[in-house]
Write a protein that binds this ligand. Structure first.
Ligand SMILES: C[S@@+](CC[C@H](N)C(=O)[O-])C[C@H]1O[C@@H](n2cnc3c(N)ncnc32)[C@H](O)[C@@H]1O
Length: 251
């Protein structure tokens, strides 16, 4: 089957996943919860496992990560082995629309840059289900700083070749509230390129990042898909509307 490149799976094909704001934004979210070595944490859409491994390293607690991509989960397992935290993490292939854990299991659930790519309403209610009473949901989600017209937002999805479901800060807050969450904190930020680049180097190591970008650029299909004026125009317009939001929600 021919591989279809999108800005997301091109990143993933070279083993790099990301969320806007990078590792600094993860740290900012973690300031808002108390995690002890007895806490149970779940990372929904964990990608290559940076955040899950970081949390278990920092707090000594058990962390589960779910993702639909077996390739990324393998990378997460390798990362955990390399860091010596494999006995404290559990990476599982699963769709977040049906989280494979019982009700009231976790103290903290995190999700970084996943909901805007999915059926977010269903996933938010699943997150609510698996959280214990008074448990906290930490979310970093792509957030419109300035709301585009419906036509423009359809254009973003089409030109970026991804089914995007992005909201403003108030829009995300409503979705969380409608699933039964209380919002403890929410803030939205513009994307700063220096932060994004610095975070890639921290999360994925400089050599890996450079090799990954080089291999993607050498791919003819990638060049044909990406290096065209229409897509570059789409990206630059998209980034003038989109940023990221940090949300702290209590069950
Ligand atoms: C933009 S990446 C972010 C990954 C990771 N959270 C990070 O910050 O590096 C989105 C991730 O969500 C995963 N994903 C997308 N839809 C999903 C779903 N329905 N259930 C679970 N994971 C999903 C993708 O495989 C990918 O790893």
């Amino acid at each position: 089957m021919e591989k279809i490149f999108t800005p997301i799976n091109a990143w993933e094909s070279v083993g790099i996943t990301k969320h806007f704001g990078g590792a600094d934004a993860t740290e900012e979210l973690l300031k808002w919860v108390v995690i002890s070595k007895h806490s149970k944490v779940l990372d929904v859409g964990c990608g290559t496992g940076y955040t899950a491994c970081h949390i278990t390293n920092k707090f000594g607690c058990r962390v589960a990560g779910i993702d639909t991509s077996a390739i990324l989960l393998n990378m997460a397992i390798n990362r955990a082995k390399k860091l010596g935290v494999i006995s404290n993490v559990l990476f599982k292939k699963a769709n977040a629309e049906h989280i494979p854990f019982p009700d009231n299991t976790f103290d903290v659930v995190l999700s970084e840059s996943v909901l805007s790519l999915c059926e977010s309403k269903k996933i938010i209610s699943e997150i609510h289900r698996v959280l214990k009473k008074d448990g906290v949901f930490l979310s970093n989600e792509v957030t419109y700083i300035k709301k585009p017209s419906d036509k423009l937002s359809r254009y973003f999805s089409k030109s970026l070749n991804i089914n995007l479901s992005i909201f403003t800060r108030k829009g995300w807050e409503s979705l969380f509230k409608n699933s039964g969450f209380k919002i403890l904190k929410s803030s939205a930020y513009r994307i700063r390129y220096s932060t994004e680049v610095k975070s890639h180097f921290k999360v994925d190591a400089p050599l890996k990042v450079v090799t990954a970008f080089a291999s993607v650029l050498c791919d003819k299909k990638f060049r044909e898909t990406y290096l065209n004026l229409e897509l570059l125009k789409g990206w630059s317009k998209f980034l003038s509307y989109a940023g990221y939001g940090l949300y702290v929600c209590k069950k």
